[in-house]
Every structure is written in structure tokens, then in C-alpha cells.
Design a protein around this ligand. Sequence first.
Ligand code: SAH
Length: 231
Amino acid sequence: MINVDPREIEKFSQLAHRWWDPGAEFKPLHEINPLRLDYIDGIFGLKGKTVLDVGCGGGILAESMAARGARVLGIDLAEESLKVAQLHLLESGKQVDYRLVSAEELARELPQHFDAITCMEMLEHVPNPGAIVEACATLIKPGGHVFFATINRNPKSYLLAVIGAEYVLRLLPRGTHDYARFIKPSELGALARRAGMDVGHVTGMSYHPFTGVFSLGQDTDVNYIMHCTLP
Ligand code: SAH
């Protein structure tokens, strides 16, 4: 059985033409991008590295990593998004490879291939996040770095990530997130360890509704990034 929710792919395909409009539905991703880019670059140094971006969408993170000198492959299962990502390269002049392939399938083709893997804001959209985590553990080289960003599951994350972001502030379209698919850091940590990875730092990503500014910090109650390594 393929580990994908067709409704999720349809949702992202419908919005695909909006990926590079920084004021539209994907505005929060454009705003957090410099923060997460600096964070991962600071940990392992992107320059000259071979990086896989799982669930790359329109390529917001993938392009920015390429701009820092990484060789990037972006994969997604929404064909429309990949077309937009590919087209945007003409405008930006960046070099990124994009492929319509699942992480699990790529893991059979390229085991222990990548220096680093980013899988951001994607696990909360798949039926079986554990299988993606496992595929990442297969795709990464020993000693490599894997970054998962997703949403914690608790009353505060329901209030802020669903009610606040989708209904009150309207940062995201309604129905973007399904609370039941949110993942606690302890659960993600367990999946990573089961796949043979070590869990390093967990960093919070917070949105300040009054200033409209995102920041990284200690508060992992809602959005967070988990850094894992393969021994
Ligand atoms: N990682 C990007 C985009 C996040 S949006 C960023 O942070 O900027 C979530 C993405 O996950 C969408 O592009 C969606 O098409 C993709 N996605 C959802 N299910 C997927 C699956 N099973 N395999 C690969 N990509 C998937």
C-alpha cells in the first residue's frame, strides 16, 4: 500500500500555482524559511553537500539550500507542485533536481546516498509517518543529518495551529491541518530511534500573533524541528 493521502495531494495540487506568492497561502513557509535555513546550515554547513528535501512542494526550502551551495534533490507526490518548482528555476536561476517519487521508493534506489535530509511540514500530512522516517534513515549516509519539522499534538497546538492559524488569523486555508495527524516530539523521537537514528536537539518554532514574526526557541508546544543523526 502506498503511503499517501490522495486528499492531501489534491489539496496541495489545487494551491500549487500559489507556491511562490509570498503573500498568499504559503506565506508562513516563506516567513519561516530563512530561520530554518540558517538553523540547518549552522549545524552541518550546506556548501558542497548532497541534500534531499522530502515533500519539497514548490521548492521554497530546496532552492534556498541550493543557493547556499548544496546539491539538492526535491521529491514530492504532487505533480502540479513539482511543475511549479521546476518552472521557478527559470526565474531564480538556481539548480535543483525535482522528482515525482515517494521517499520509500527512493530509499530502495539510493540507500545511504545523502549527507543531509530535510522533511519539513510534511509528516503531518501522511498516513504513516513512521515509514517516511524509516525511509530517511535508509537514504542518509552514516554520520548524516536528518531534520524533521512538524506540529506537536496537545490542546495548545490545536488552539494555535488549527483554530488560530486557520480560523482566527487566517494564516492558512481552513482544513490545512488535521489535528489527529499531529505528532508529539516523544513519538517522533521513538520513530527515529526505531529506525536506527540518534535524536539530537528539538527546536521550537513560534509565531507571535501581535508582531506577526516567527522565531526559533525553546517553545516546542506547537511547531518544532527535530535534528537526528545516523550513527
Ligand atoms: N516541505 C515544504 C512543503 C510543505 S507542505 C516546505 O516546508 O516548504 C507539505 C508537502 O508535503 C506538500 O508539498 C505535499 O504535496 C507533500 N506531501 C504530502 N504527502 C506526501 C507524501 N506521501 N510523499 C511526498 N510528499 C507528500
